[in-house]
Design a protein around this ligand. Structure first.
Ligand SMILES: [Zn+2]
Length: 157
């Protein structure tokens, strides 16, 4: 993506956030926009600790409580999505930006003989999943808005 497109995308999501905060009557604080921009500049999945460290490195002083609270807002506003990568504690849930994303699914690879320690997360897009969705919609007379699919495994020797 070129720099100009990126800039355009950032202003689009900031506008989505601005409208959301206004509708909900939440405070329109500048750090929410800063956090949002940092998330949209990231290329991969992140958890709260990653985001907190990133903000510290950039010398933005936000508390972890603010980050948790802001993440809840972004989730509700449809700006990020939450993932179940199989981490054991709730606090290490992963997230990713979602506003411009194509639908994709995830293959979670754990380190061998570890207790669900993640080695790698691969994103994939398989058109057959769309086909399944279409036939389920047809068979049950529903519109499917979203789905959730994760594969978990380890690397073969
Ligand atoms: Zn992803």
């Amino acid at each position: 993506m070129d720099a100009k497109q990126k800039e355009l995308n950032i202003s689009t999501i900031k506008e989505v956030l601005r409208q959301y905060l206004q509708e909900k009557g939440f405070r329109n604080t500048p750090e929410r926009y800063t956090i949002l921009e940092e998330i949209y500049n990231m290329e991969h999945h992140f958890n709260v600790d990653d985001l907190y460290l990133l903000m510290m490195q950039k010398k933005y002083h936000v508390s972890k409580a603010t980050i948790y609270n802001t993440i809840e807002i972004f989730l509700d506003a449809g700006l990020i999505r939450k993932h179940q990568f199989g981490e054991k504690t709730l606090t290490s849930s992963s997230y990713e930006k979602s506003y411009f994303d194509k639908q994709h699914d995830h293959l979670v690879i754990y380190k061998k003989d570890s207790d669900k320690e993640i080695q790698e997360i691969i994103e994939f897009c398989d058109p057959r999943i769309q086909g399944i969705k279409d036939s389920i919609e047809e068979a049950f007379g529903v519109n499917i808005d979203s789905h959730s699919l994760y594969f978990y495994g380890t690397k073969k020797d």
